[in-house]
Design a protein around this ligand. Structure first.
Ligand SMILES: C[S@@+](CC[C@H](N)C(=O)[O-])C[C@H]1O[C@@H](n2cnc3c(N)ncnc32)[C@H](O)[C@@H]1O
Length: 186
């Protein structure tokens, strides 16, 4: 996303457009906030705006996502530089917690959404959709139906990311594979 998709998007669309991302089974928010950190860094460099929608079927998970409070151990994979920029530390030394900073939280809008529903209300033209580690729960026919609905919400040339243990092999979808788990809308 940061090395190829965003630089290419900047060249073809320019900074006046807002970059729109949907994290379609966002669980407790780690995925959309991580995307927000990457986009915030890129927007400081290129000067574009962005917005992210995080959705999930679970209201309990979504409440945690809105709270944006995580165990400090959960962010050990994030660089120290990014941790300083994007997290506030709690005062409790026994159960160390961190919280995403308000300005980054404000970039992510959460909503409850069941991807099995026939119609779901979202923006029709996302630049990127993440649907990672959800398809594994569905049978092949349902996977294809869900992916067809997601593909319809991508702008032409937009990208879909799926999980590393998932595949869309032999499905009839308007998506071109560009990496093992990255597809482009055509
Ligand atoms: C394993 S988590 C994936 C979280 C994140 N995408 C990741 O890869 O880390 C799967 C999520 O899918 C959500 N989910 C399951 N069925 C769903 C459905 N029909 N519509 C929307 N979300 C669903 C679950 O609530 C759960 O939060």
């Amino acid at each position: 996303m940061s090395e190829e998709i965003i630089p290419h998007w900047m060249l073809t669309r320019g900074p006046s457009k807002s970059f729109k991302v949907w994290s379609a089974a966002c669980s407790t928010g780690e995925e959309p906030y991580t995307i927000a950190m990457v986009l915030q860094d890129a927007s400081a460099r290129y000067g574009f705006d962005y917005r992210i929608v995080g959705s999930d079927i679970s209201t309990k998970a979504l409440q945690k996502a809105v709270d944006a409070i995580y165990k400090e151990s959960a962010i050990s994979v994030i660089s120290m530089e990014m941790r300083k920029r994007y997290f506030l530390r709690g005062k409790d030394k026994t159960f160390p917690r961190v919280r995403i900073i308000p300005s980054l939280r404000s970039k992510v809008q959460f909503k409850r959404l069941n991807l099995m529903d026939n119609i779901f209300e979202t923006d029709p033209a996302f630049d990127l959709i993440f649907c990672r580690n959800l398809l594994i729960y569905f049978d092949r026919t349902t996977q294809e139906a869900v992916l067809r609905k997601l593909a319809a919400k991508l702008r032409l040339g937009g990208y879909l990311f799926i999980g590393h243990s998932e595949s869309i092999y032999s499905m009839n979808l308007p998506l071109r594979q560009i990496r093992p788990t990255i597809f482009q809308r055509e």
